[in-house]
Design a protein around this ligand. Structure first.
Ligand SMILES: [Mg+2]
Length: 186
C-alpha cells in the first residue's frame, strides 16, 4: 500500500499565514509513532503538499527544505521517516494539474512507487485534498485535525465521496493497520 499525506493540518498545525520557518512548523501530537508504524509495515509514505507560499514569493525552496529537515528530525526521534516529499509551488491564481485539487502529485507518486490507485490512501484535512485524491482514484481519509472539522461542518462536495473520517493521523494509521485498504472504502 502507498500512503499519501497532506502536510499542513495532518502532520503539523495549520496556519493561515503559511509555515514560513522551522519554528513555525508545530507538530500534531502522535505523528512520529504513527509514521514509524507505517514504515514498519513496509508501506511507502509520501507527502503531497500545496505550498503556494513559494509561488507567492513568501518563502523560497531552500527555506522549504529547512522546514522539512525540522519535520524529518522531529519524527526521527520515534524512528519514523518520510520516503518522499512532493510539493506544488503554484499560487492559487495559477492552478495547475499538480496543485490540489488537481490529481497531479498523487499520480506522480503512484507512478514513481508503482502502486495502483485502489491500493493508495490519501490522508488530508480539506475538500481540495479529497477532490484531488478522488480525481486520482485513490482511497480517501479526512482527519478532523487542522481544517478537518471545519471541512466537515461545511460539507464535502459529492465528487469527494466516499470519505472515511478519523480524529487525526494517529487514529487513521491505527485503522489502516487493523483493516488495511478497507479502512477507506472506494
Ligand atoms: Mg492541509
Amino acid at each position: 500500500m502507498l500512503i499519501l499525506l497532506d502536510r499542513d493540518g495532518v502532520l503539523n498545525q495549520d496556519r493561515a499565514d503559511y509555515v514560513k520557518s522551522p519554528a513555525e512548523w508545530v507538530p500534531i501530537p502522535g505523528i512520529g509513532p504513527a509514521i514509524a508504524a507505517l514504515n514498519a509495515r513496509g508501506w511507502k509514505v509520501v507527502i503531497c503538499t500545496n505550498q503556494a507560499c513559494i509561488g507567492k514569493g513568501i518563502i523560497d525552496e531552500a527555506m522549504l527544505d529547512r522546514i522539512h529537515d525540522a519535520m524529518r528530525a522531529h519524527i526521527a526521534v520515534d524512528g519514523a521517516r518520510i520516503d518522499d516529499i512532493l510539493f506544488a509551488p503554484d499560487p492559487p491564481w495559477a492552478q495547475t494539474e499538480r496543485r490540489k485539487p488537481g490529481p497531479g502529485m498523487m499520480r506522480e507518486a503512484m507512478a514513481k512507487y508503482r502502486e495502483r490507485p485502489d491500493n493508495t490512501v490519501f490522508i488530508g484535512d480539506t475538500d481540495t485534498d479529497m477532490l484531488a485524491a478522488s480525481r486520482a482514484g485513490c482511497r480517501r481519509i479526512l482527519v478532523r485535525s487542522g481544517k478537518g472539522a471545519a471541512t466537515l461542518a461545511k460539507g464535502l462536495p459529492p465528487e469527494a465521496a466516499p470519505v472515511a473520517v478519523f480524529a487525526d493521523l494517529a487514529e487513521a494509521v491505527q485503522r489502516l493497520l487493523a483493516d488495511g485498504a478497507e479502512a477507506a472504502p472506494l
